[in-house]
Design a protein around this ligand. Structure first.
Ligand code: AKG
Ligand code: FE2
Length: 312
């Protein structure tokens, strides 16, 4: 007796989206790259999406306002978890300057410690990108862009964020879906950052160069893939009001099919984040309004070290 269930339903690798959404690019699944084993077919299909599956999602909207005599353009892609794109957050000129600065730095092939295999014997293939850390106030451009971000986001404590983390992806480069929230089996494993600054509340991702094809930022559980433009900033929350990881904040960088991609991340810690005070903690979510439009929240001053005065 033939099964009444269409054959694709029985195929565990079949994507639920294939049938509802035209696939413009069929290449991702055929692509071969180091670390491909970290990408399921369903992840790859999400990478191939050219439109969001939920056009009429009432949670999605755009808003625009003036702050410091400049437009702030915010696109709310999701409210659970909070996922925002600040369009043209940085000028193209500044984004280029930051990228140039990053490109002339020496970068290491980034290693991701596999939670199941901390020795790394299996190889670190869940991220294929070159990366480097930079102090917030390392030079003029990192400082300018850091202070600008803190002015725009006074409900987050950027001074408590880890250093700038630059990532440069070449063709075949990727970062398999992961959580930025850090897991520890118990408190004895906590490092300085966990003890002093708490976990990674939010991720700030500045897009400095976009791939010609592929390389979107994927949120497989929403499921979306975001293709920001140079100068755009993505911001999402990794943690809920009870200090737990938001499972749906799972994200990654889709494989680069053509061209290259450069991004700079700030992993923003919870400590001293005003968002906690500005949220009614009986609500399940942090206060979206204070993130997208924080006009009225007092500015957090720059901590840029003063240039040394020339000796007399
Ligand atoms: O490059 C991307 O799109 C994602 C980067 C990322 O997930 C991270 O830096 O934590
Ligand atoms: Fe991440």
């Amino acid at each position: 007796q033939p099964s009444p269930i269409p054959s694709n339903v029985l195929d565990p690798t079949a994507s639920p989206f294939i049938h509802n959404h035209e696939r413009k690019h069929e290449i991702t699944q055929d692509l071969d790259f180091v670390g491909k084993n970290h990408w399921s077919y369903s992840y790859m299909d999400t990478c191939d999406l050219r439109e969001f599956p939920l056009h009429d999602d009432p949670d999605m909207f755009c808003t625009r306002y003036v702050m410091d005599y400049m437009w702030v353009n915010v696109e709310v892609l999701a409210t659970d978890p909070i996922l925002l794109v600040f369009h043209k957050f940085y000028s193209e000129k500044n984004a280029h300057a930051f990228r140039e600065y990053i490109n002339q730095k020496e970068m290491d092939l980034q290693k991701v410690v596999d939670q199941d295999d901390p020795s790394g014997a299996a190889g670190h293939t869940s991220r294929r990108a070159n990366g480097t850390w930079m102090e917030h106030y390392e030079n003029e451009i990192t400082s300018t862009l850091f202070d600008f971000a803190q002015r725009r986001l006074p409900s987050l404590n950027l001074h408590g964020a880890e250093q700038w983390h630059a990532l440069s992806y070449q063709q075949g480069g990727h970062y398999a879906p992961h959580h930025d929230f850090l897991y520890y089996t118990n408190e004895t494993q906590w490092d300085w950052w966990m003890n002093e600054m708490g976990n990674r509340l939010a991720t700030f991702l500045a897009v400095l160069e976009t791939a010609d094809e592929g390389g979107g930022t994927i949120f497989p559980q929403l499921p979306y893939v975001v293709h920001p433009e140079v100068g755009d900033v993505m911001l999402w929350l990794n943690m809920d009001v009870t200090d737990h990881s938001i499972a749906k904040s799972l994200h990654g960088a889709c494989p680069i099919l053509k061209g290259q991609k450069t991004a700079a991340t700030l992993w923003i810690r919870i400590r001293d984040s005003r968002l906690s005070f500005l949220t009614d903690l009986t609500e399940p979510q942090y206060n979206l309004k204070q993130l997208i439009d924080p006009r009225g929240v007092p500015a957090i001053p720059s901590q840029k070290p003063k240039a040394k005065q020339p000796q007399e």
